[in-house]
Design a protein. Structure first.
Length: 251
């Protein structure tokens, strides 16, 4: 993995470059990486043939818990036959592209009990671009897990993601987004967001990302197999992602 503390000035300069359709990941040494064309996200479709999963009540019903390693957050049933691992930085716009296009498909499969999703939250973009937005967002998302609201809040964070260059995930903004998730706001959650209750979790999660072999985000494994760079564009199109799951063994 590239050294994250090197080339900080160059990384900051790279952040000013406009993101184009060739961008496929957020890079640990810069804002984004150009590595091939990416399809414009299509309308989302459900892999199970069911309705779109934008209903907050439906999303809230999908279980989520912290795994025994202390960093992985597993969404869906532990007994699910298939596993999709997602490494992401909440400040990364390419992660938003992936979640917008393919998140509903994953949620549908998790709801049906077919797939469990394992999230690892990175925060390297704070070092690249300045600020603490990635760390604050990861802390808030971890806090939402304690309230049983991880899945709807995860979706809400991406739906309201600020531009990565402005470090917009402030505590006040994160609480404002949380207000859109029924039942999330409360004394314990608000205090966790404001005080950084889960900062140690955020640090350990970044270490887990660094040791994963990922060169950027989103980094996706399906049934333990890393999605090849030649298939990365399919992460950003709902129909192609459904086919990609089958290609990697999700039947």
């Amino acid at each position: 993995m590239a050294v994250r503390t090197a080339g900080r000035a160059a990384a900051a300069a790279a952040a000013a470059v406009l993101i184009t359709l060739t961008v496929t990941s957020c890079d640990p040494l810069g804002a984004v990486t150009d590595s091939g064309s990416r399809a414009t996200p299509s309308s989302t479709v459900s892999a199970t043939g069911g309705p779109e999963l934008s209903d907050p009540a439906v999303l809230a019903a999908i279980p989520a818990k912290l795994s025994s390693d202390g960093t992985t957050i597993t969404v869906g049933q532990a007994s699910a036959k298939y596993t999709v691992q997602v490494y992401e930085d909440l400040r990364c716009p390419i992660c938003k592209s992936f979640e917008t296009a393919s998140g509903p498909t994953l949620a549908s499969l998790a709801k049906s009990g077919k797939v469990r999703i394992q999230y690892t939250l990175a925060s390297f973009l704070d070092g690249n671009l300045g600020g603490n937005g990635s760390k604050r967002a990861a802390n808030a998302l971890r806090a939402s897990l304690e309230q049983g609201k991880f899945v709807p809040y995860h979706e809400a964070l991406y739906a309201n993601q600020p531009d990565e260059s402005v470090d917009g995930f402030t505590a006040d903004f994160l609480l404002s987004i949380a207000g859109k998730v029924d039942g999330l706001r409360g004394t314990a959650f608000d205090a966790a967001v404001q005080k950084g209750t889960y900062d140690s979790f955020v640090k350990q999660s970044e270490k887990a990302f660094e040791s994963s072999g990922a060169q950027g985000t989103p980094y996706v494994k399906i049934n333990g197999k890393e999605v090849a760079s030649t298939d990365s564009s399919k992460l950003h199109d709902a129909a192609q992602f459904a086919q990609l799951l089958k290609q990697y063994g999700v039947k």
